[in-house]
Design a binder for this molecule. Structure first.
Ligand SMILES: C[S@@+](CC[C@H](N)C(=O)[O-])C[C@H]1O[C@@H](n2cnc3c(N)ncnc32)[C@H](O)[C@@H]1O
Length: 416
């Protein structure tokens, strides 16, 4: 269905049609809604989901198997299975021993792939060339870029502590690295030093969230930066209520996914280990139980969005978790009550929540099946935007999914 050898505009339009035709399937959450509107027309899909056994449910964590499972009910989804394997970057860069200092394993593999992608663009790196790394964190990527190509790298990072510790680490590795990778404590959503913006030959962003990478794409393209390499992440972290497409193709689409709907694009859990998955299950179970109890105590028949709480609470008890969530909701001004539960009542509540979860975990597979379509739609919107700004663009997979779910880099080279 979507292939990056195919024209981006065509691929975007096909995905747009798929997402528009089946909008209720990917925007309605079985966790939130008791009755999903799409079940009226897709009862065969609903029945098939409810027939899924426990071991098949586990298997369907594999996105490709899920797409195959859903494709008889949603023509077009199955073709997305093949897209990813076609565009893997050939890894040409390996971290030298001296650059390993403090670099976590997964970040090493991500940055090696990302640097290999950058090198495939052959951006100029002779003395005097400035490269700019947006939202650099401690500068792990910037360090690799410097060792790989020797260009001066300027890092924009809002967090002063990350700038300081990154700079310290670089000075410990070598004086030259400390001098050539320069940190600027800088909010990339505000005005940026124009000389760095204008002189930057290459602009990079690895895993910059929503508005941050959008700002990078817009500002680097406005400055007509010769090379751009951007790997987007957390598409839902935007200030607007709903997504505002960047490209002209996106702007004529009728789709305007809300922040909540955009979460789907990054919803997979394949990099999670067993403990993380267990905690995730517990969190969903406790949130479900909390919601069921709120309905009983407050006579409301609708889902109450619950705020996030510290992950360490998931290792305590349901009672402590519920108290923390309730306090947060009430501080927000909700004024909700949650009468204490006896041990028997708590166990009955958790059983009820478990039964709801049984259904939710099956029905939500329909929604999760559109994750890849939505992510490609968002990636293609960015790729098309860069094309419209005069760039030759490609999309590449720069690392394995097990190293990062967000493993696509958008590479742009300004056409002369
Ligand atoms: C997910 S991390 C990615 C860090 C790094 N690129 C990497 O891959 O290791 C996002 C980074 O963006 C930084 N950040 C958040 N908001 C920012 C802003 N408004 N301006 C600049 N940096 C920001 C965060 O402090 C964080 O270091």
């Amino acid at each position: 269905m979507v292939c990056c050898r195919e024209n981006f505009g065509k691929a975007f339009s096909r995905l747009d049609r798929l997402l528009t035709d089946y909008e209720s399937l990917w925007t309605e959450s079985a966790f939130v809604k008791e009755s999903l509107s799409w079940l009226q027309n897709q009862s065969a899909l609903g029945d098939a989901l409810l027939r899924i056994g426990e071991s098949e449910l586990e298997e369907l964590q594999d996105e490709r198997l899920l797409l195959n499972f859903l494709s008889p009910y949603v023509p077009g989804l199955g073709e997305l299975v093949h897209w990813e394997t076609e565009n893997r970057i050939v890894q040409s860069w390996q971290t030298p021993e001296k650059a390993l200092f403090g670099l976590p394993g997964r970040k090493r593999r991500q940055t090696e792939g990302f640097v290999s992608a950058v090198l495939s663009l052959s951006p100029p790196s002779e003395p005097g060339s400035r490269w700019v790394d947006w939202c650099s964190g401690r500068g792990y990527l910037a360090r690799q870029l410097y060792f790989a190509a020797g260009a001066e790298v300027h890092c924009f990072e809002i967090d002063g502590e990350l700038c300081r510790s990154g700079s310290e680490a670089h000075c410990r590795i070598s004086r030259e690295l400390g001098e050539k990778v320069v940190f600027h404590q800088q909010d990339v959503l505000s005005d940026l030093p124009s000389e760095i913006l204008q002189d930057g030959v290459l602009h990079t962003a690895l895993h910059a969230c929503g508005d941050l990478h959008i700002s990078m794409l817009r500002k680097a393209a406005a400055a007509q930066a010769p090379y751009i390499a951007c790997s987007p992440c957390c598409y839902h972290l935007i200030s607007a209520e709903a997504y505002q497409p960047l490209s002209q193709f996106g702007q004529i689409s009728h789709l305007r996914p809300t922040r909540q709907a955009l979460r789907l694009a990054t919803a997979e859990t394949c990099t999670a280990n067993t403990l993380e998955r267990e905690l995730r299950h517990r969190e969903l179970l406790w949130r479900t139980a909390f919601d069921l109890r709120l309905r009983e105590c407050n006579g409301r028949d609708r889902y109450t969005p619950t705020p996030s709480v510290k992950k360490s609470l998931l290792k305590t008890s349901f009672r402590q978790f519920a108290e923390a969530v309730l306090n947060k909701l009430n501080r927000r001004g909700d004024d909700l009550s949650f009468f204490p539960l006896s041990p028997t009542e708590e166990s009955q509540l958790l059983q009820k929540a478990e039964a709801k979860m049984w259904r939710v975990r099956r029905m939500e597979k329909a929604q999760l099946g559109f994750r890849r379509a939505l992510e490609y739609w968002l990636l293609l919107d960015r790729a098309l935007f860069l094309e419209e700004q005069g760039y030759a663009v490609s999309l590449q997979q720069f690392c394995k999914k097990s190293d990062s779910g967000r493993n696509t880099v958008i590479l742009g080279r300004l056409r002369s």
